[in-house]
Ligand binder design. Structure first.
Ligand code: FE2
Length: 311
C-alpha cells in the first residue's frame, strides 16, 4: 500500500527545512472512520489516552491552555460523541505504534519518506487526534521532528518564524525541562508575521524543527501526528537543558540563539552528561485533572475539584 501519493524531489530537498504540504491516502485504510475510531478508543490503554478541553487561561500569555480530563466513567462511544459534538479533545498517544493494524500503516508512512529522501528508516511514534469542532491547539513548538497528517474535517494551522521574539531561549528551556509542557507565551500581534494553511482532508504538513505553531479546528477533525528524534533535535534539546541548568543553578544567562556552532555542541555534551548525573534542572510538575467527561453536560465537560492524575 502506498500512503504518500504526491511526493516530489522538491519536497525531499525541503524536508525539515521549510513548511510544505503533501498528499496521503490514510482514509482509504478504513482505520479512521467513526466505527474504527470507537473500537480504537475502547481498546487503547488509559495511560496513553489524554482527554482535554481548553482554557480559560489564568495567564493571558497562554490562551486555550489545555486542561486534563477524567474519562474513565465514559464508554468509548460516549467519548467519541463528546469529541464530535462537545468541547473535548482526545489524543490517543502512540496509537500508531501499539496496535498492529495501525503500526503497519505507520511503517508505510515513514518508509515512503525514507525512500523518497534517501534517509535511513525513521523510528517514529504516531498518535491520533480526535478533536472537537471548537478545539484550538495552543501556541507551542514540538521538541522532536513532527508531521501532521490530516485525515478528516476542516483545520487551519498557523506557523510563526523561528526567531527569539516568537520562541525565546528561556521559553524553550522551560518546555524542554518539563515533559508535560510545550506551550509558548503567545501575543496576538504575532499573527502579523504568521502564515497559515487550511488543511484539506488527505493533506499532510511538514515543518522545520522547533517552528512555533498553533491550530484552530473549523469543525470536527481527525488527524495523525507523528514524530521522531533526529540528531539535530537531540543535540538542541540537550544544549537547552544545559543552558536551563546554568541559568537556574549558576545564575548565568546563556543564549542558544547567539552561540556559535562549537559552543552549541559543547553545551549539548554538557546537557547529555547532566541528564545522566540527574543534576539537570527539571520544572516537571504533577498533572491535575480539572474536569470529567459527561455527555449529558454542556460541551460534555463537568468541572471537578482538581486532583492529581493517577491513570
Ligand atoms: Fe505541534
Amino acid at each position: 500500500m502506498t500512503i504518500i501519493t504526491n511526493w516530489t524531489k522538491k519536497m525531499s530537498a525541503s524536508f525539515r527545512k521549510s513548511v510544505f504540504t503533501f498528499s496521503h491516502d490514510l482514509a482509504s485504510t478504513g482505520l479512521f472512520t467513526d466505527s474504527a475510531l470507537i473500537k480504537l478508543i475502547e481498546k487503547h490503554p488509559d495511560e496513553l489516552t489524554d482527554v482535554c478541553t481548553m482554557g480559560p487561561a489564568s495567564d493571558t500569555r497562554y490562551p486555550n491552555k489545555l486542561r486534563t480530563g477524567d474519562f474513565r466513567d465514559s464508554t468509548a462511544e460516549e467519548l467519541f460523541q463528546a469529541a464530535k459534538t462537545g468541547k473535548v479533545w482526545i489524543n490517543l498517544r502512540k496509537a500508531m505504534n501499539v496496535h498492529p493494524e495501525y503500526s503497519l500503516v505507520l511503517d508505510q508512512m515513514y518508509s515512503g519518506i525514507a525512500k523518497n529522501t534517501g534517509k535511513k528508516p525513521f523510528n517514529a511514534n504516531g498518535g491520533i487526534l480526535i478533536t472537537s469542532p471548537v478545539a484550538k491547539t495552543p501556541y507551542h513548538f514540538d521538541k522532536t521532528e513532527t508531521i501532521l497528517w490530516h485525515v478528516r474535517g476542516p483545520k487551519r494551522i498557523f506557523f510563526y518564524p523561528i526567531e527569539e521574539k516568537f520562541i525565546s531561549d528561556e521559553s524553550y528551556e522551560q518546555a524542554v525541562t518539563n515533559m508535560l509542557e510545550d506551550d509558548l507565551p503567545y501575543d496576538p500581534s504575532f499573527d502579523e508575521d504568521a502564515t497559515f494553511i487550511d488543511l484539506a482532508e488527505g493533506q499532510a504538513v511538514s515543518w522545520p524543527l522547533s517552528a512555533p505553531h498553533r491550530v484552530d479546528n473549523h469543525g470536527f477533525c481527525v488527524s495523525v501526528t507523528t514524530e521522531f528524534s533526529s540528531k539535530e533535535s537531540a543535540l538542541k534539546n540537550a544544549a537547552m537543558i544545559a543552558n536551563a541548568t546554568l541559568r537556574e543553578k549558576f545564575g548565568v544567562s546563556p543564549s542558544w540563539t547567539k552561540q556559535s556552532p562549537i559552543n552549541r555542541l559543547s553545551k549539548s555534551i554538557l546537557g547529555i552528561a547532566l541528564k545522566k548525573t540527574k543534576l539537570a534542572v527539571s520544572s516537571q510538575h504533577a498533572d491535575y485533572v480539572t474536569f470529567k467527561v459527561d455527555t449529558m453536560a454542556a460541551g460534555s465537560v463537568v468541572d471537578v475539584e482538581p486532583y492529581e492524575r493517577n491513570f
